[in-house]
Design a protein around this ligand. Sequence first.
Ligand code: CP
Ligand code: NVA
Length: 301
Amino acid sequence: MKGRDLLTLIDYTPAEIEEIIDFGIEVKRNPEKYYDSLKHKTLAMLFAKTSTRTRTSFEAGMTQLGGHAIFLDWRTTNLTKGRLEEEIRCIDRYVDIIMARVYKHEEIQAIAQAAEKPVINALCNLFHPCQALADLMTIKEHKGRTSGLKIAYVGDGNNVCNSLMVCGAKLGAKISIGTPKGYEPLERAVEEARKYAEVNLYNTAEEAVKDADVVYTDTWVSMGQEAETEKRLKIFPPFQLNMKLLKLAKPDALVMHCLPAHIGQEITADVIYSKNSVIFDQAENRMHVQKALMLKLLGKA
Ligand code: CP
Ligand code: NVA
């Protein structure tokens, strides 16, 4: 029987998302309880793009659960020589769970279709669901809740923004997004989020950030958009998360960034290292929540 995938979080209920996040908090508190939970299990990690956090957190997480992870770089495998479908069908015979970072959303869908084992989207052009799970876990840890909070995101309405919006709205947060015109988040994701919470889209950073409990930003040039760098660096500067912008949020607002950060572009160094920043907790929580996710998808929770 086909295992459950995690591709977008759109097909996950608020209760299911909350369960993964709460389990992430539990796994973080009591790592030793789960040391043998995935003994003799293997995770395949397929990367078409580069990564620091995603690769390391999944690989270390799998070690901590007693399993093994295999790093498969697109360039040193035959994933593009044959059709993706046949290549995945083979990998699927060897391993218990698959995660993949790809360019196009259709590619992660094709991987999920070809595999019997659970498939996790480790970032595509449209979504970054593991990041959103870690983000909402971090907010819950620091604020004690997610419901009723105002989460503001400024910059490019990209994959990280889409997933944060869907996940945050499902957990009852009010979402406020400030992007330049033409760089708004995915319409399908906005519609989904609006089923659960208020979502406001603005074309200035100041309006979006006003009285926010969380202020989030991400790169202006995502992986795969390198050819647009010059154009984007001209459009986005009014959306920089700096101390002046942060002052418009609540005094105890959390500052978040998925990293890698481009200091002096979307965020300034003083904001990253300000008392409001939870950026490194957020990065750490990738590992805890992904451990919880893998345990859930493999029926070991
Ligand atoms: N935040 C994140 O996914 O980081 P990496 O691209 O380094 O994996
Ligand atoms: N939006 C960024 C996130 C990197 C973790 C990208 O897709 O490159």
